[in-house]
Design a protein around this ligand. Sequence first.
Ligand code: PEP
Length: 256
Amino acid sequence: MNRKYRKTVIAGNWKMNLLPSQVKPFADALKSACGKTKHCDIVICAPAVIVPAAVKHFKDSRIAVGAQDVSEHDSGAYTGEVSAAQLRDGGAKYVIIGHSECREYHGETDRAVNSKVKLTLDHDLTPIVCVGETLWQHEAGITLDLVRAQVKSALYGITAERARKMILAYEPIWAIGTGRTATPDQAQYVCSQMRAVLREMYDARTARAIPILYGGSMNPGNAAELLAQPDVDGGLIGGASLDAGKFISIIQAANQ
Ligand code: PEP
């Protein structure tokens, strides 16, 4: 973390879990524990159908609500999709884009990621753009090539001023939901290289300003060490965000 230049963000990704009726007890636990945690922004990314309940129950708290995906189209005949304008009007403030599960199961391409980022920024939502390599790519030693290409294409055609409103997340796919975590050194190295790409695309000021999160089996046992890395500005947390106690412990680690 480097609080001098950028904010720390702890974002939960509930994936396809919980019911609207289960949000209140979780929100109550989180709100009472997070009142004094001033050093990081806290986000819960919920399924679109749960966003309204989450907005209602996190109202008047430090916890913002996000969605987990958004349409690459602005509006119109796209049955089943949810637009950036609809999410914003429904009270969401953030959207995860390019999550490996969307890339894999919904065929989300780099081009679609770029369109979604642009629309999301147009509608005053903060995109949390995920990049990361598969196990095969990790073992083949091509992580940096892949991650650099994903960052470049996600930000293609976006001005520095707009890029400074974004958040990036390095999520090695082999670490998502597997219990296997990148070492702090690995996470730091890839995040620092992502920041180098931002410097090449824009300038030092922009590269310094954009938070880069780590995601992949972050939990209360490994959070502090990962978050102590200078280019790791927070976490995107799946499994552990479904347990209020574990999520609160990670938030506390980010407040040290
Ligand atoms: C994720 O879904 O973005 C994620 C990082 O999941 P987990 O924490 O369960 O690995």
